[in-house]
Design a protein. Structure first.
Length: 143
């Protein structure tokens, strides 16, 4: 159930020959994301469980399961900002109910991230996915 934006990332990963090229691509995805303003880098948007500083700011339109889920995010580490960009491609624009149906582990495994990230980065990625799912669940429950 991956979005078109995520499918493009998966296609690019299939095209790239080695992990170093894929790693550089993830960093480039992060560089393309606009930075999060300092006013939003607050404890309420900070993701716990990440070795790096990570902030996710939800931008939800509507209420209930049909609410459209979008978010902005940022990190002080370029690879992590790239991982935020990958998650943005995976989730942004889905309804809250659809976010909860996404098999993030399965989709991210298609990229080989589970095999090539350090355990700290993998834990941080899981923490980001859990935060996104939590925000979507809260949006789906409203209304």
């Amino acid at each position: 159930m991956a979005s078109e934006a995520f499918e493009e990332i998966a296609d690019t990963f299939d095209f790239l020959d080695d992990w170093e090229e894929r790693y550089r691509h993830v960093i480039e995805l992060g560089r393309a994301m606009p930075p999060l303003e300092d006013a939003f880098r607050v404890p309420a948007t900070k993701v716990d469980g990440c070795a790096s500083q990570v902030w996710i700011l939800p931008e939800i339109e509507g209420e209930g399961p049909g609410a459209v889920f979008r978010f902005r995010g940022d990190s002080d580490a370029m690879i992590v900002k790239g991982l935020i960009a990958v998650l943005h491609a995976l989730y942004s624009g889905l309804t809250a109910a659809e976010v909860l149906e996404v098999d993030a582990g399965g989709e991210l495994a298609r990229l080989g991230l589970d095999e090539h990230l350090s355990s700290q980065r993998s834990n941080g990625l899981r923490a980001m996915v859990e935060r996104i799912r939590s925000l979507a669940a809260a949006a789906a429950a409203r209304g």
